[in-house]
Ligand binder design. Structure first.
Ligand code: FAD
Length: 460
């Protein structure tokens, strides 16, 4: 024993919260020893716990935290292939490689996620329309499997396991290391330009409704990064109003602006002792929309500001109070001129439960099946303060609308989806489970999300 410590654990939404025995290995040998010494308990790998709900939780069992397994092992300067351990974070990759002209192929809205968490959720970013998701840029994974063996998976060897692991939420085994291909950043900055890092040229366009958002988004497909902020409280003609940002790496080298002076206006707005609830959400959303008085602006900003604005507000998730919050992210296929998304946004806005400023993005064509989330269509992510049954009832209704529209919700953000809705949304689930069960017949790898959705154990 000794290596396992009981801990209260929760995801980023702080709902639900549970206890587990957690080990924090520092070497591969420690991982293997912890795995052997789990006394027959089910086990789960955990990264930075930036998944929102219960994907990284396993109540009353054993959890292995990979955040100290974070060595970069090799880098191919010509092709951009980085071999690194599972717990290396996107923040660490950016710190080391951006000034050398390389950037992770896909980044989420926070840089505090591990590469293993990125693969286990098959994350998407602002460049999904041109770059697909994380797994599109991984060629090889080392996985500790249920029988204690380490296997290598890629597109040719153990390919079923490779694809089941991409988006598989930690349920196929423990990722030890991977090869991920970094993207070359278009910029004239070179490694010898001290103090200079590549920047992003960004245009910000205010959009009064969803139809305009879709028009501007369609006209921006050749841009490397696009994303919108959507006001989830706006209704009627204003449904889908917000701000669309589109950006490309700047060709001009710039001196890096240190972040402190530029901290997001949101940080100032939030202030101290401020709690997020329906009234404050509505006023913040309106403030944010009106702040963009001019229809369009253009600036050059640093990568942190463009990709990870929320990271500037440390620990913002606690602003939702003790009960935490839930994020609801869905994608629905295109078609109907955005009617399905508009109907869902309208249902949210008229429910009386305020969703804080959300993210909206048009995904590209690439999709991987299994439990991987991204699929062609429009994705929207909205945060809701946890108001209990009223909110859960609303989200159940939204599940039905999303599933009926041929869409799905993102498991990395989920804390409450029911089995039946899940199966409608992820029709490939039973094939995924066959691959998982073949690799783990004794159901060694489990999670609270996996149990809830019938992904582990008896599927009935
Ligand atoms: C502010 C914010 C913005 C975000 N924006 C986006 C976004 O734009 N796009 C997007 O796709 N996601 C986004 N996310 C979600 C986030 O990218 C994913 O939840 C990601 O999986 C978190 O990685 P993590 O290291 O924190 O993993 P955790 O949350 O700790 O774990 C997530 C899953 O990965 C598994 N896992 C972790 N380590 C291993 C391992 N070594 N082996 C096997 N499985 C493992 C866990 O079991 C769990 O199922 C955002 C999250 C936050 C908080």
């Amino acid at each position: 024993m000794g290596r396992w410590a009981e801990q209260q654990v929760a995801g980023w939404g702080r709902y639900p919260s549970t206890t587990a025995l957690v080990a924090r290995p520092e070497t591969r040998r420690d991982i293997e020893a912890a795995f052997k010494d789990r006394e027959g308990s089910p086990v789960l790998a955990q990264g930075m716990r930036r998944s929102y709900g219960d994907a990284a939780l396993l109540k009353g069992c054993r959890v292995i935290d990979f955040t100290h397994i974070n060595r970069m092992l090799s880098f191919d300067e010509h092709e951009g292939w980085l071999r690194c351990e599972a717990g290396v974070t996107i923040a660490e990759i950016v710190d080391v490689f951006l000034e050398r002209g390389w950037f992770p192929p896909v980044v989420p809205g926070t840089k505090y996620v591990t590469v293993a968490g990125a693969l286990a959720s098959d994350i998407h970013g602002k460049n999904h329309h041109v770059a697909g998701s994380w797994s599109d840029h991984v060629r090889r994974v080392e996985l500790l499997t249920a029988n204690g063996e380490v296997v290598t998976c890629d597109r040719a060897t153990n390919s079923d396991l490779f694809w089941a692991t991409a988006g598989g939420q930690g349920l196929t085994g423990m990722i030890l290391a991977m090869d991920v291909r970094l993207g070359r950043v278009r910029s004239s900055t070179t490694a010898s330009d001290a103090d200079q890092v590549p920047m992003i040229d960004v245009e910000t366009i205010r959009v009064p409704d969803l139809a305009t958002f879709l028009q501007v988004s369609a006209a921006s497909h050749q841009r490397e990064y696009t994303v919108g902020w959507v006001d989830g409280t706006a209704r009627g003609r204003g449904t889908g109003r917000g701000v669309l940002m589109r950006g490309d790496w700047s060709a001009a080298p710039r001196r890096a602006v240190r972040r402190r002076a530029a901290r997001a206006s949101m940080a100032r707005y939030l202030g101290s002792g401020w709690l997020i609830n329906s009234a404050t959400i509505k006023s913040f959303n309106t403030f944010y929309y009106r702040r963009h008085i001019r229809r369009a602006t253009a600036r050059t900003v640093d990568a942190d500001r463009f990709f990870f604005p929320l990271d500037a507000v440390q620990g913002w998730n606690v602003l939702y109070g003790k009960r935490g919050f839930l994020q609801y992210q869905f994608v629905v296929p295109p078609g109907g001129g955005g009617d399905r998304v508009a109907a869902i946004l309208e249902a949210i806005a008229s429910s009386g439960i305020a969703a804080s400023l959300g993210v909206i993005k048009e995904f590209g064509e690439r999709a991987h099946g299994g439990l991987s989330f991204p699929a062609p269509g429009i994705t929207v992510a909205l945060d809701f303060p946890n108001t209990g049954t009223r909110l859960l009832d609303l989200l159940d209704r939204l599940d039905d609308a999303v599933a009926s529209a041929g869409g799905r919700v993102y498991l990395a953000k989920d804390a409450r989806l029911g089995r039946e809705s899940f199966r409608r949304m992820y029709p490939d689930w039973s094939r995924w489970k066959e691959v998982r069960d073949a690799a783990d017949p004794d159901q060694v790898f489990q999670s609270d999300l996996g149990r809830r959705l019938g992904l582990v154990g008896d599927a009935s």
